[in-house]
Design a protein around this ligand. Structure first.
Ligand code: AMP
Ligand code: MG
Length: 487
């Protein structure tokens, strides 16, 4: 390891210093043969990094953690987590590193984090590595989510390591360079709580308040206010997932952030045919993390977060429990209002309309979409055309178009605004068959399909006739889709 020759790359070590009990100093595995697969130039610029320099051999060494910039003290972070409902006290970064924090050009502090950077003391028998496919998948899906306006961690680069990773077969290895407003998770609080060290727990909460919800520091009860803020942020986030048809796939408490950003894109996917029971992850046998269950799971995870805060809530623990429960109780109202507002936007309904008018219309539409297993994304975009008087494509998505006609007539009578609809209903999402196609080509060394897919999904609302195939549902032969975790 050596120090960066580029004096402009300066990272902080704030997490490592303030929460050293949860930070194991560590280093990335040496990658002798790094090869850049994809670089996010606009994000690099936001971070004040020179994309040209990042493409140099020193730049690549930074991106895989082999060149430690000034001020950085890379660490593997400790956290716990409820995985599929069962508690694991010691998870942590088993194949990841927090390189350090960077102040971006807007003055915000952001983590630079590596995934697939080699084994750590938290690897628990895992190899600490990542394969090209899943890291590119995180890159594509997280950048698509960002373009859709959904809070998320970002992807700066994927670098091929030139080394093989053993999964079911031998696969090409890669490191993802991830950017996030922090990597504090519900599982981070569970870890601090489980140590029994109340001082650590308090420092963690103070760190979270300072980084994400500084206004809560001056509240009468700052830790309760922190919890309320996380409840609101997560309610808002999951409502947005639901509105874009996103299935996270593995909503364990270690995969839920305090910031309210989506994190850890594993067996995730966008729903095609509408069905609340949709599950893509091969390991989710009971459907715990199905599309329709996501709001309930988020609420359950937040209850686990609330429990960790009890030692910070004063001596009257009965009172603390009741205040935290009341705060958690706000989740449903927050979620419903965020979801309903989003649905009204998707349907272009005038803001002034009464809830009594819009709510039944929305409910009936959701029922219809499920009954006819309509492609979720195409439907809303097609509906924009209906608002303009062209009934064609949306209508033909229904097995019984007459059922749609009855609904559509009532909806059109309310005067939907097609322009507004087109600003919130994407044409392009990372459809499962397109993602698979792009990853398979990239694994063989051809990043052309990946670049084209990225071009479509990072401008999701801008319809381009030459990208028509990126707007279409999977061909019939694609079959049911399965994604795999921990790969
Ligand atoms: P995930 O479900 O991907 O969020 O990961 C859950 C836990 O497993 C985390 O503690 C990861 O660091 C760890 N993990 C996942 N894959 C590997 C791997 N290949 N080697 C070591 N640890 C891993
Ligand atoms: Mg994880």
């Amino acid at each position: 390891m050596s120090t960066a020759p580029d004096p402009t790359v300066v990272l902080g070590d704030r997490f490592a210093r303030e929460l050293n009990e949860m930070a194991v100093p560590w280093h990335g595995r040496e990658v002798p043969d790094a090869r850049l697969l994809v670089l996010n130039e606009p994000l690099a610029a936001d971070l004040g990094l020179d994309p040209g320099w990042l493409r140099t051999s020193d730049g690549l060494r930074l991106l895989v953690g082999n060149l430690v910039p000034q001020g950085a003290a890379p660490v593997a972070q400790a956290y716990s987590g409820h995985q599929f409902g069962g508690f694991s006290p010691r998870l942590g970064d088993g194949r990841a590193l927090l390189l350090g924090e960077i102040t971006d050009t807007a003055g915000r502090l952001r983590d630079i984090h590596l995934k697939g950077s080699g084994p750590t003391p938290f690897s628990r028998g895992g190899d600490g590595l990542a394969a090209v496919g899943p890291m590119l998948r995180e890159y594509v899906v997280s950048e698509a989510m960002h373009a859709l306006g959904v809070p998320t961690t970002r992807s700066l680069a994927v670098v091929g390591t030139g080394q093989r990773v053993r999964r079911d077969t031998l696969l090409p290895g890669a490191v993802l360079t991830r950017v996030a407003s922090s990597h504090l998770r519900v599982g981070s609080f569970q870890y601090a709580r489980a140590t029994g060290n109340v001082d650590l727990l308090r420092r963690l909460a103070d760190h979270a308040i300072d980084r994400h919800y500084p206004h809560t520091a001056s509240a009468e009860h700052p830790y309760l206010a922190l919890f309320e803020a996380v409840v609101a942020a997560q309610a808002e986030l999951v409502a947005q997932w639901m509105l874009v048809g996103f299935v996270h796939g593995v909503m364990n408490t270690d995969n839920m952030t305090i910031s309210g950003e989506t994190i850890d894109y594993g067996p995730c996917a966008f729903m095609d045919a509408f069905d609340p029971r949709t599950v893509y992850s091969s390991i989710d046998e009971t459907g715990r993390y199905s599309y329709g269950n996501q709001p309930f799971v988020a609420e359950w995870n937040l209850a686990r977060l609330g429990e960790t805060l009890l030692p910070l809530m004063g001596d009257d623990q009965d009172d603390a429990v009741s205040r935290l429960s009341e705060a958690l109780g706000a989740f449903r109202a927050h979620y419903s209002s965020a979801w309903s507002a989003g649905m009204r936007d998707k349907l272009g309904l005038p803001e002034a309309l009464d809830r009594e008018v819009t709510a039944p219309l929305i409910d009936e539409m959701v029922t219809l979409l499920g009954e006819h297993r309509v492609d979720y994304t195409s439907f809303f975009r097609g509906l924009g055309a209906v608002a303009r008087g062209d009934s064609g494509s949306a209508r033909s998505m229904f097995t019984d178009p007459a059922a749609f006609d009855v609904w559509a007539e009532r909806w059109r009578a309310l005067g939907p605004d097609a322009e507004r609809m087109d600003r919130v209903n994407p044409v392009y999402i990372p459809r499962n068959h397109l993602v698979e196609e792009a990853l398979a080509a990239a694994e063989k060394g051809d990043t052309g399909p990946l670049d084209r897919l990225l071009d479509a999904v990072i401008h999701p609302y801008h319809e381009r006739p030459e990208l028509q195939r990126y707007a279409e549902p999977a061909p019939g032969g694609f079959g049911p889709y399965r994604t795999f975790c921990g790969t």
